[in-house]
Design a protein around this ligand. Structure first.
Ligand code: IMP
Length: 427
């Protein structure tokens, strides 16, 4: 037919669990196709969808040829188009569609018609808070790229928005509220950036290996980690996160649990390390045949709305007869992960990071953020973990990917540690 079309295919993300990734790609493909269709019904010009294959995560749609609003503002100062953009956003919001990424690059003028493109991050919502998110994204694009036209652009945008959307006042009020509460502090890059509350540079390095491979940035946070006493690492991490109350931050607590010592040092590992050290541990285990041990990690993540979720992981293994290796920190020279014959201290940073309790907990958190965080920034929708409620944490939403529980010891010769490396995680 000689028609020019666009094929949009959502690519596989190798670092996500394959089933989860397939589900997310399926859902987002359908959601995008539906949003493109609904936008047109709402009176917003958008590319026509010709073909949708949710299993293959593909959409074939009309190609819109023209010039992007970004260039039109930069080169021709076409501020008048901002009123049209406001009108479009108002129509979308009035129809229960939140675009998710309405930057000036996602509007194209073709002939006399301005088109809205890229509904890949769109979702259905009539919440003024979600509508405010759209307004914020656009406002930020204007501030960053078209600052000389900012005032006038915003004025026209709001005029257009109020003209087409009866709920504009509530959405604008939410925008002011969210901006003043610091919900949107900083730039959009923060969406894929977390800060770690810890004075331990080894933890930062290990978690950064995993974060960077998954497209995230991890930086140190200002502030000290509160250390409370508890038998439960998740509770310790949760208390530290609550005390710090920094949106977009994580705090990690870990420990080494030795079976023949009834789980000692466990949550007291830091103290044990600074008093008896790993040599003292080896002394305690002289002549002990049962060498089974495991490391556990609990990461508490505070989202932009201040909700806290805890992700946990463990790596099973054995206590060596003698220390070996110079890498890592803490008890690394005496811990041999199951399935390996070397201690953590004999591995390089990358190798340890991917199989360690901390690395696994980190990848669980990031996979969860990828799946549920999305454009809305603050993930939600998970029910609080029951243990958390039992522990009196019901005021917070606490999600534990795998609760830390008693048991879980490998037999001394079993090799579960290696198989615990989540599939497909290596970059
Ligand atoms: P915390 O999480 O800061 O309370 O510290 C836990 C303590 O457990 C550390 O000081 C280490 O002694 C030990 N530990 C935790 N994770 C590791 C690890 O990956 N390698 C070696 N020792 C660890």
């Amino acid at each position: 037919m000689g028609m020019r079309v666009v094929l949009k295919r959502r690519t596989v993300r190798p670092y996500l669990n394959p089933q989860l990734d397939a589900r997310v790609r399926y859902r987002r493909t359908l959601r995008e196709a539906a949003a493109l269709h609904d936008a047109k019904l709402a009176g917003v010009p958008a590319p026509t969808v010709y073909f949708v294959d949710p299993m293959g995560a593909e959409i074939i749609m009309e190609m819109i040829e023209g010039r992007r609003l970004k260039e039109l503002l930069e080169e021709e100062r076409r501020v008048d188009l901002m009123r049209v953009v406001g009108d479009y956003l108002g129509r979308l919001h009035g129809s229960g569609i939140v675009h998710g990424d309405p930057t000036t690059s996602n509007f194209v003028l073709s002939g006399e018609v301005l088109y809205a493109l890229d509904f890949g991050l769109s979702f259905r919502s009539r919440s003024p808070r979600d509508q405010a998110t759209d307004l914020h994204v656009l406002k930020e694009a204007l501030e960053s790229y078209h600052s000389d036209l900012f005032e006038e652009s915003m004025k026209l945008l709001i005029e257009g928005y109020a003209g087409s959307f009866g709920g504009s006042r509530e959405a604008l009020a939410w925008l002011r509220r969210l901006e003043s509460s610091g919900r949107y502090r900083g730039d959009r890059a923060l969406e894929r950036s977390l800060c770690l509350i810890s004075g331990n540079r080894h933890k930062l390095q290990e978690m950064s290996v995993v974060a960077e491979a998954m497209g995230w940035r991890l930086r140190p946070c200002e502030g000290r980690k509160l250390e409370v006493q508890s038998d439960d690492l998740a509770e310790i991490a949760l208390a530290a996160a609550r005390a710090a109350a920094i949106p977009g931050s994580i705090v990690e607590d870990s420990g080494l649990f030795v079976r023949s010592l009834g789980g000692f040092p466990g949550p007291y590992s830091s103290y044990a390390m600074s008093t008896i050290g790993y040599r003292g541990l080896l002394k305690l285990m002289e002549g002990v045949e049962d060498r089974a041990a495991r490391f556990e990690s609990a990461i508490a993540y505070t989202d932009q709305a201040g909700r806290i979720r805890v992700f946990t992981a463990r790596v099973c293994g054995a206590i060596a007869e003698e220390p070996a290796g110079t890498g890592g920190f803490g008890f690394d020279p005496v811990f041999i992960p199951a399935g390996y014959s070397r201690t953590f201290a004999e591995m390089d940073l990358r190798e340890k990071s991917w199989i360690s309790h901390r690395g696994i907990a980190m990848s669980r958190l990031l996979r969860w953020l990828e799946a549920y965080g999305g454009a809305r920034g603050a993930p939600r929708g998970r029910r609080p973990h029951r243990d958390a409620e039992a522990r009196g944490a019901s005021a917070q939403t606490l999600y534990s990917a795998r609760p830390i529980a008693a048991g879980g010891w490998p037999g001394p010769t079993r090799t579960r540690g290696a198989s615990r490396t989540p599939r497909g995680r290596r970059p």
